[in-house]
Design a protein around this ligand. Structure first.
Ligand code: ADP
Ligand code: MG
Length: 311
């Protein structure tokens, strides 16, 4: 290693570092003697004038060992494509990226998550996705005839935003309200008195924390006011969460699982950039430490032996 590269950061943390997660991740790295380069993806780009082909402020020609993606900002189709392109490029350079761009793509697009869950043989509610309005109407009328309700979700949704219950064809949103894509899922009626589902936090191939979220409303996101209760999942529920994360190639993930009236657990979604501040409130383990340890074991496998630290 040259003198210059020895001082270069081995880890990049993509995000602005100012939110709760960014700060808590940064502190977790620092407790391990690592000062990550914290940089928002919106300040990064490509350049043929660097050795790596990337333009990441603070790195120059240096290639990091690991990149932790806290946050991919929204933007135009072109901007988001560029951000994901950067993450793909880092992987192509041999950098450990958590989560990898492929996992982020598979999770942000709920229809692709559904595809991978099914491909892995994992239970998930009956789900349909497409652009054509009359096909969507046909699906709703078929499920309604079977006595089911239908959940309409934004393809790129998060935190319960824009999710609606559709009881008839007339309830379907106009195409402009769903950005032209209908993602329709059979409603799973509550198995308990309250509405509730599980959130399991998977990191490095195991469930590190879990909770039940319950609320008055059927959409049990913490952001929408649902309450979190610590709950230890059964081994089979944990296995399901781990398999769901791995089906989309996520190294860490927040997996949402609902139980139906027959007691079956069904995977609702896999979050590749999950928030864990809600879960942290009901968990004694410091989750940022747990994630960072698993990430570093992957990105800097020799670290334990060499005690790599940075000033
Ligand atoms: N098919 C469904 N049946 C019953 N409840 C659902 C269903 N899909 C979603 N929900 C409820 O809505 C919440 C948000 O749905 P989810 O698919 O996790 O999207 P988001 O990305 O917005 O969190 C879930 O945590 C659950 O409470
Ligand atoms: Mg969710």
């Amino acid at each position: 290693m040259t003198e210059v590269s020895a001082k270069m950061p081995s880890i990049v943390l993509f995000g602005d570092g100012r939110d709760w997660h960014g700060k808590s991740l940064r502190r977790a790295f620092e407790r391990r003697g690592i000062r990550p380069l914290v940089v928002p993806l919106a300040q990064c780009g490509f350049s043929t004038e660097t050795a790596t082909g990337l333009a990441i402020p603070g790195l120059g020609d240096h290639c990091p060992k690991g990149a932790f993606v806290r946050f991919v900002p929204g933007g135009s189709f072109e901007q988001v494509t560029l951000y994901l392109g950067l993450l793909h490029a880092l992987r192509e350079l041999g950098v450990t990226v958590w989560n990898d761009a492929r996992a982020i793509e598979r999770c942000v697009d709920k229809s692709t998550t559904t595809f991978f869950l099914q491909k892995a043989g994992l239970p998930t509610p009956r789900t349909f996705a497409g652009v054509d309005r009359s096909t969507a109407e046909g699906i709703v009328s078929r499920l309604v005839q079977e006595g089911r309700s239908v959940v309409e979700k934004p393809l790129f949704g998060a935190q319960g935003k824009g999710i609606r219950l559709v009881a008839s064809v007339q309830d379907l949103s106009p195409p402009e309200d769903v950005d032209g894509v209908y993602y329709l899922q059979e409603f799973v009626p509550p198995a308990q008195k309250h509405h509730q589902d599980w959130r399991l936090f998977v990191s490095g191939g195991r469930v590190v924390a879990s909770m039940i979220r319950h609320g008055e409303d059927w959409i049990t996101n913490i952001k929408l006011g649902a309450r979190a209760k610590a709950a230890i999942a059964s081994q089979s529920l944990m296995d399901l969460a781990v398999r769901a994360a791995s089906s989309v190639g996520a190294d860490y993930a927040g997996v949402d699982i609902i139980q139906d009236r027959d007691g079956r657990f069904l995977v609702l979604e896999v979050n590749s950039m999950p928030a864990w501040n809600g879960l942290q409130k009901v968990t004694s383990l410091r989750l940022s430490d747990t994630v960072v340890d698993a990430f570093l074991a992957d990105a800097l496998p020799k670290r334990g032996r060499d005690a790599e630290g940075e000033s």
